[in-house]
Design a binder for this molecule. Structure first.
Ligand code: ATP
Ligand code: MG
Length: 241
């Protein structure tokens, strides 16, 4: 298996603040990787750099071996990088199906309408949204909203999916369902990098965990391994105190 994503020496400074400092990490093909760390560690900055919303000061990002560091976000999407946001932002006056069609057509320019419709039907099945396909996006429950946000990212046919705290606000039972959904997405052939504050979710979902603190990678390994490391405990305790 190759590398779905490779980050090499990525740095980003905001005015006086070094938000990321020479971060290197990778995502294997077929892997689910969690990026965790205390508030302000640089997690969202990393995701924004990966999806191209902001530009790095230094470092490179490879998507399936190809350097995407200087490509705009939409080109990254076309090359197979999908992203779901914590703040769900569908078109509220369009149906669930229509929202996904927009995603499918946006993700792959030149895609035929029939092919897009067939793909959307698959995504509706995979995400459990098929019974709600004709509902307006603005009428969904919070759990359905989260499913739609995942489905919209999937509609662009990503090979690599970036998730930014998509479980936030869900009840434990709902988070369990969302965990199962992300597993199904991985099993369908998508590599997943996710940011999450909920440790039970990280533990249940991640094959491997990378811990950031003050913009640097301070630990890497299985959940059980990193959770025991002194540096990780200190990073979390230090902020809570
Ligand atoms: N656009 C920006 N301008 C200035 N500073 C920023 C900007 N974006 C992030 N920062 C700062 O960079 C640091 C890292 O922020 P980031 O949002 O990446 O952390 P995070 O790990 O996602 O935190 P949280 O868990 O609270 O979401 C923080 O100190 C933050 O205030
Ligand atoms: Mg964040």
């Amino acid at each position: 298996m190759g590398k779905a994503l490779e980050v090499i020496g990525l740095s980003k400074r905001f005015l006086g603040l070094q938000a990321l400092k020479e971060v290197s990490l990778h995502l294997e093909e077929g892997e689910i990787l969690a990026v965790i760390g205390p508030n302000g560690a640089g997690k969202s900055t990393l995701l924004n750099l990966l999806s191209g919303l902001i530009k790095p000061d230094q470092g490179r990002i490879l998507l399936l071996g190809r350097d995407i560091s200087h490509l705009p976000p939409e080109t990254r999407t076309h090359l197979g990088l999908g992203r779901a946001f914590q703040i769900v932002q569908p078109f509220p006056e369009l149906s669930v199906r229509e929202n996904l069609l927009v995603g499918a057509l946006f993700g792959k320019p030149g895609l035929k309408r029939k092919e897009a419709e067939a793909w959307v039907a698959e995504v509706l099945d995979l995400t459990g949204l098929a019974p709600r396909a004709e509902a307006l996006a603005g009428e969904l429950t919070l759990l359905e909203d989260k499913r739609l946000e995942l489905a919209r990212a999937l509609a662009t046919r990503p090979k690599v999916l970036l998730l930014d705290e998509v479980m936030a606000g869900l009840r434990p039972k709902e988070a369990e369902e969302a965990v199962a959904l992300v597993r199904r997405i991985r099993d369908s052939g998508v590599s997943v990098l996710f940011i999450e504050h909920l440790m039970p979710v990280v533990r249940a979902l991640a094959d491997r965990v990378v811990v950031l603190d003050h913009g640097e990678v301070i630990a890497e390994g299985t959940y059980e391994k990193v959770a025991q490391e002194e540096r990780v405990r200190e990073a979390y305790l230090g902020r809570r105190a």
